[in-house]
Design a protein around this ligand. Sequence first.
Ligand code: KIV
Length: 292
Amino acid sequence: MSTTAPAAAAKIKKVTTRSFKKKKQKGEIITMLTAYDYGTAMAVDQAGIDCILVGDSVGMVVLGYETTIPVTMEDMLHHCKAVARGAKRALLIGDMPFMSYQVSTAEAVKNAGRFLQEAGMDAVKLEGGREREECVRRIAEAGIPVMGHLGLTPQSVNQFGGFFPQGMAARSAKRLFEDAHILQDAGCFSLVLESVPSRLAEALSKSLEIPTIGIGAGSGCDGQVLVLHDMLGLFERFTPKFVKRYAELFTAMQQAITNYKEEVENRTFPGLEHTVEMSDEEWAVLQTELEL
Ligand code: KIV
């Protein structure tokens, strides 16, 4: 009998940045989700999602921080490595954490390289507009695909004074529009648009050659992304307006844990079917030896 898993046996066609480009040209939608570990990466990958982002949202939904600010390069590389072991098909993007690309361009290129060289990622993502032009250009020139991120960029939460939609006024929307074109010209292969008006995201998606991936940016983007723990109902602290919950796994998990506790306490777990036992002969020998 073969022990090869069906997914491993089948020839897997890896999603690349080229596939992103082709999908946009053909008007096909791009699917993207976050994942942070081996198991969730396997589930997302085997569901046929095009792209997995190992987001710095890991800091909030897995590590319990209030914001993404405390997340470090070492945190990100650790989670990226686990995801790379679980995903075989999806394009893998590592999110550059706060202060890994803002200090100097040289440091940014070096850190971006670590995501590919050490952690098995295919590309990196970073936040910001025109102020990142040089950084994006240099990372892309080093042969590292870069995804941009505009709108509500969580690493700037302190500057925004909270998690608020961006580009709501004509003036800030115009600036965001210009930033998107600057990032495209600097070499980004794709752009995340987070929490921006739907009309702005749609107009921008039409005017850019590179695909836009929306989160809270309406249906006019070239792709959609959600944070896995939000859409699975695994993160209970708050749910942004733009999230649709496709499951209630926190509740399911709590129910399963309560059931386990009850069964252990009333001694119905473990049952015989969950138990190993030695033969009567060996048991008899042992009893004699130990005088039980
Ligand atoms: O960190 C993250 O998960 C993200 C997505 C919200 C796009 O940046």
